[in-house]
Write a new protein. Structure first.
Length: 88
C-alpha cells in the first residue's frame, strides 16, 4: 500500500508542477519565437503583455496548449521517481 501512495504522490507532484509551470513555459516560447516585421522597431513583448495577448486571442486555454505530453511525461517520471526512491 505504501508503494501505491508513493507512486500517486509523485504523480500528483508532477501534475502540480506542469499546471503551475506550463503557462510560463508557453509564454517563454512565444517570446523566443517572436518575429519582427521589417518596418517596425525591434521590441520583444514582455511576459505580462504576452499573457494578455494569448488570453485575448485564445482565452485561458491558450496558455495550456500542448499540455498533454508534458503532463503525461512529468506524471510518469515523478511517479516512478517517488516509487523507486522511497524508503521502506
Amino acid at each position: 500500500m505504501t508503494h501505491l501512495i508513493d507512486l500517486l504522490s509523485g504523480m500528483l507532484g508532477g501534475c502540480s508542477c506542469v499546471i503551475v509551470g506550463h503557462p510560463l513555459d508557453s509564454a517563454k516560447v512565444i517570446i523566443q519565437t517572436y518575429t519582427v516585421k521589417k518596418d517596425v522597431t525591434f521590441r520583444t513583448p514582455g511576459l505580462f503583455e504576452t499573457f494578455r495577448n494569448v488570453i485575448s486571442k485564445n482565452g485561458y486555454r491558450g496558455l495550456y496548449a500542448g499540455v498533454t505530453p508534458a503532463l503525461a511525461a512529468n506524471m510518469t517520471e515523478n511517479g516512478f521517481f517517488f516509487l523507486l526512491t522511497a524508503k521502506p
